[in-house]
Ligand binder design. Structure first.
Ligand code: SF4
Ligand code: SF4
Ligand code: FES
Length: 236
């Protein structure tokens, strides 16, 4: 079996990016096992991220034949082409700089900022269960076509997390959270569904964004593409 890995190093001149083919004497390895084998046996400089090795920590995402996958969960196929995630700067080989994506959690205040002290029921927990499963793997961020044309777009996982906190019965600042996702947020999504397809946790950011649009309407917001107000705020 052979795989091709896009290697990247800023010190490599004139082209920092090259494709390297590796032959693997392994049977049915995960991609992470294949990367470990290459690093141990062929080239110690191969650089990639991993942590839990069990699809929990979200640190090992890469692209396989153009689609986002967790290295520790994906079984390598002969001829696979492995590249780093898109929309994020490459540090080296398959390792990307995540600051540009994780800052969206700060911009959207995607955490429990002002909260009531109440006991959560099992039903309350169910409301936020799916979105709470996000492992911040950046796969959806990498796949989103809007980020190709608008680097300020808040992106799928931050918006999904906003819904998680708005649906949290303890949340006391729903309106502030809704206000923060109007510009470069829910209305800029094209609803293409790429984020939903690549999510290893079966989260559905596209549906979450649709839910956030419905919740925004409650506060008088509507799609600015219909040309109402600055960000589409209706006043009565
Ligand atoms: S559905 Fe929206 S957030 Fe998801 S990838 Fe498409 S444009 Fe991006
Ligand atoms: S929503 Fe899914 S694809 Fe996006 S960061 Fe979370 S786990 Fe990864
Ligand atoms: S190493 Fe943690 S998700 Fe793959």
């Amino acid at each position: 079996m052979k795989i091709i890995i896009q290697r990247y190093c800023t010190h490599r001149k004139p082209n920092p990016s090259i494709e390297v083919e590796y032959k693997l004497p392994l049977k049915n390895p995960t991609l992470l096992e294949a990367l470990d084998f290459i690093k141990t046996n062929f080239d110690q400089t191969l650089t990639y991220s991993s942590g839990c090795r069990s699809e929990v920590c979200g640190s090992c995402s890469v692209k396989v034949n153009g689609k986002e996958k967790l290295s520790c969960g994906y079984k390598v196929q002969d001829g696979d082409v492995i590249t780093p995630l898109s929309k994020l700067d490459i540090i080296k080989d398959l390792v990307v700089e995540s600051d540009a994506s994780f800052i969206t959690l700060v911009k959207t205040r995607s955490f429990l900022e002002k909260s009531k002290s109440i006991k959560q029921t099992k039903e309350d927990e169910k409301l936020i269960e799916k979105q709470s499963d996000c492992i911040l793997c950046n796969s959806c961020f990498s796949s989103c076509p809007v980020l190709e044309v608008n680097k300020d777009f808040l992106g799928p996982f931050a918006l999904t997390r906003v819904l998680r906190y708005i649906n949290d019965k303890r949340c006391e600042d729903e309106k502030q959270k809704i206000d923060l996702i109007q510009k470069n947020g829910i209305w800029d999504c094209t609803l293409c569904g790429e984020c939903t397809i690549v999510c290893p946790q079966n989260i559905d950011p596209k549906m979450d964004i649709l839910n956030l649009r419905a919740k925004s309407a409650k506060y008088g917001y509507m799609d600015p593409n219909f040309g109402v107000g600055d960000f589409g705020t209706l006043s009565f």
